[in-house]
Design a binder for this molecule. Structure first.
Ligand code: SF4
Length: 400
């Protein structure tokens, strides 16, 4: 067959993906659903010269509407959903033999575990990432509620992350040939798309989410974009699931540092007692904690892993200041914490749209239906590590 050049940096693929987004937006038969990640709203303004950490959530929604997006949803909503499923899953696992549980929302971490630590895969939470949870719910529950033919829906994600592009193509994240997510743009690509369409974010009037089913979010969902945020969000809901009430001190300062690995002991109470947690960001601390778990020397119940130093606020699809990432990431993170403080509902389980989703569609967290839609599995891909560059290149050229 014809030999197609595969660009190792993905730049060629990026151009094609942008074209596909425009095709979807201009096709009257297609209902476009666009989501953007928690970290995007605090990093995207920089692409248009705004100071690091400026919250441009409203301008992004406005720009998407101007581009012709039919339904604009928030990945924060799906982060709340992940908290519900992951907390329920963790509580089932606590006290069992499988310890610790690792978070599963970062696809670069999943790839790393599948290739380098396949023996640890049974420890990973089976809960899909927020991107994928949103996709699957947008193609099942949303069309049911809105009276839309699900076959007309295409879900477009705007992510701070290049690994999300790879995640969307995982075979276990498609059902009957229908992918949960149809296309992923990085924040960089989305900025390029807006410029091409003549939209300047600085001039864009803000708009707000208006979907009554899948766009409300809690402060817990908002902080998913930063390292430690997933853990903090999960602890708020775990406490509620165990005790019925709310965790009195909801901002967990011991989780908010910026060291590569942080540990804390959380008094959840009830039959659970205390939960020992750790957070890692960046691959070196991740490798160290995986080695400790393998050796049986890591005494934790729950470990959050984010492959990017700083978490998604400094993800691989955003403007990055390379070595000096901290000033950018810190500003973006401060804004996420400010969003959490300013959001009336701060726990995922108190998000009224999440409550409605369980009441009207899923049943309870970790129910059979929730499990079928929102949970996944991982595969041992250690063999990929032994492929030589030549073999990989042959595979690429043979398959075209
Ligand atoms: Fe993507 Fe990085 Fe966030 Fe992981 S930490 S989901 S690789 S942006």
């Amino acid at each position: 067959g014809q030999c197609v050049l595969v660009c190792p940096t993905g730049a060629l693929g990026e151009r094609d993906e942008t074209e596909r987004v425009l095709d979807y937006l201009f096709d009257p038969e297609i209902v476009t659903v666009v989501q953007f990640a928690p970290a995007v709203r605090v990093g995207f303004g920089e692409e248009f010269g705004l100071p690091p950490g400026t919250n441009v959530e409203g301008q992004i929604i406005g720009a998407l509407r101007r581009l012709g997006a039919d339904i604009v949803l928030d990945t924060n909503f799906a982060a709340d959903l992940v908290v519900m499923e992951e907390s329920a899953e963790l509580l089932r696992r606590l006290g069992g033999q499988r310890r610790p549980t690792f978070t599963s929302c970062c696809p670069a971490w999943i790839n790393f575990a599948e290739r380098h630590y396949p023996d640890l895969l049974p420890l990973l939470s089976s809960t899909k990432s927020p991107q994928q949870c949103l996709g699957v719910i947008a193609k099942t529950y949303l069309p049911e509620r809105m009276g839309i033919d699900p076959a007309r829906i295409r879900v477009i994600s705007i992510m701070p992350c290049t690994a999300k592009k790879d995640e969307r193509t995982r075979p276990q994240l498609s059902a009957d040939g229908v992918a949960e997510i149809d296309v992923v743009l990085t924040t960089r690509e989305f900025a390029r798309l807006l410029r091409r369409q003549g939209i300047d974010l600085r001039q864009q009037a803000p708009s707000s989410f208006d979907n009554p089913y899948m766009s409300a979010y809690s402060g817990a969902g908002a902080i998913f974009g930063t390292t430690g945020g997933v853990m903090e969000a999960a602890v708020r809901t775990m406490f509620h699931l165990v005790n019925g009430g709310e965790l009195p001190q909801i901002e967990l300062d011991q989780l908010r540092g910026f060291d590569g690995a942080r540990i804390a002991t959380i008094p959840v109470g009830g039959a659970v007692g205390t939960v020992k947690v750790a957070m890692c960001h960046g691959l070196r601390p991740t490798r160290a904690i995986c080695e400790a778990v393998r050796a049986g020397t890591a005494d934790f119940d729950f470990i959050e892993i984010m492959a990017c130093p700083g978490g998604c606020v400094d993800g691989g699809g955003t403007l990055r200041s390379k070595k000096a990432y901290l000033p950018y990431a810190l500003k973006r993170r401060e804004t996420l914490f400010a969003i959490d403080r300013a959001t009336p509902v701060r726990q995922s389980h108190n998000n009224p749209q999440i409550q409605a989703l369980y009441r009207d569609f899923l049943g309870t967290p970790y129910s059979e239906k929730a499990h079928g839609l929102l949970h996944t599995y991982y595969t041992d891909r250690a063999v990929e590590m032994s492929l030589t560059v030549k073999q990989v290149w042959q595979d690429i050229t043979m398959s075209t």
